[in-house]
Design a protein around this ligand. Sequence first.
Ligand SMILES: NC(=O)c1ccc[n+]([C@@H]2O[C@H](COP(=O)([O-])OP(=O)(O)OC[C@H]3O[C@@H](n4cnc5c(N)ncnc54)[C@H](OP(=O)(O)O)[C@@H]3O)[C@@H](O)[C@H]2O)c1
Length: 398
Amino acid sequence: PVGIQTGVVLFWFKMKVSRILWLLCKKSGVRTQTVCTGVSTNQQHKQLSSTSAVYRYSTTSSISHCTALIYRKHGDPAQVVQSESMNLPNVGAKCVLVKILAAPINPSDINMIQGTYAILPDLPAVGGNEGVAQVLEVGSQVKALKPGDWVIPRDAGLGTWRTAAVLAEEDVISLPNDIPLLSAATLGVNPCTALRMLTDFEDLKPGDTVIQNAANSAVGQAVIQIAAAKGIQTINVVRDRPDFTTLIDRLKAMGASHVIKEETLRRPELKELFKSCPRPKLALNGVGGKSATELLRHVQVGGSIVTYGGMAKQPITVPVSALIFKNIKVQGFWVTQWKRNHSQDEGALRSMLDELCSLICQGKLTAPACSEVGLQDFGTALDKAMQPFTSAKQVLVM
Ligand SMILES: NC(=O)c1ccc[n+]([C@@H]2O[C@H](COP(=O)([O-])OP(=O)(O)OC[C@H]3O[C@@H](n4cnc5c(N)ncnc54)[C@H](OP(=O)(O)O)[C@@H]3O)[C@@H](O)[C@H]2O)c1
């Protein structure tokens, strides 16, 4: 009958369009929030508005819907992010059904919603790039995961701000489920960034020094702890604030060797400090602007400055003398690119996570200071995540 033929043609056409879109996204480096049926999360959102289509992909799995924080256009997160119910697809053969347990709000999540980040998912999209989930169900061909396992995303753009998801097995990687929940939820981005930057740019030995700004950021806190575990000294630069002494105490308790204010970088007292510790081989810059230039001035001859963030939204001025007379290497790092470069090398990501989990188990690496917030209070959490001087990572707990 004509109706069936039309249906078959339409279905074939839909599959082709979806494949072409997927290939285009893959080629451009933009991620579609894929799920296992081959139907993207974006397509699922579109199905939500069509009642007849809603139940086509739901479901024989134990959970048929989830609550998700979705944005349909770019803009101020407070204005564009809303909580919506989303139906879940069947758990395909190579897929897993997961319950998201906790997911942080990172600056890159905010930038993605604002539309200013280097990679942007198709809209509408579920917010969140990081988080830990528990496997509830696995498809018939899933080999490496079982119910109860904890998993984190392998790449950016998964859309973690939701209560549950059906994901391709290959999009996630397992973690031990006996580490603290907040450590697991915040492991995949910031500690990985800290470890790579301390490993891949300079050959740091015990006793060497690293200087960093935004030292109270999640990346900064991981740098302090991983460096301390390796016997590397850290000079930690933070912005002045009313509770500066409390912050010094907190960072020193984590293993910070020195904690100074931004303005101290320009003062003679820093020369005093370099009488007791060597000049840094490595500077880590998460701020940009003047702060980065000031860090650079203190790096030893032949050392490196690695930029991983630009919180001040200001370009960096590199003094000519730093290049000519000190031969400072000026470089950048992006953990997303590192993960993509190593996506065919299963051992690289696994051994990095193992090293970090081992530090966690030894009590040498704790989660950054966090505020746990229920998913329903996401508005407050987004607001706090964008305020200065909060000194606490907002983590959505589902
Ligand atoms: N390249 C990569 O692979 C990579 C990976 C992870 C993170 N990042 C980037 O690293 C940065 C930190 O991320 P996070 O998750 O660790 O941050 P976070 O925990 O949310 O902390 C934000 C930090 O930025 C500081 N800050 C905010 N606005 C500032 C300004 N105008 N001037 C100076 N400092 C400012 C804050 O200092 P106050 O307490 O003084 O407000 C705080 O230290 C972000 O830019 C993020 O996108 C990059």
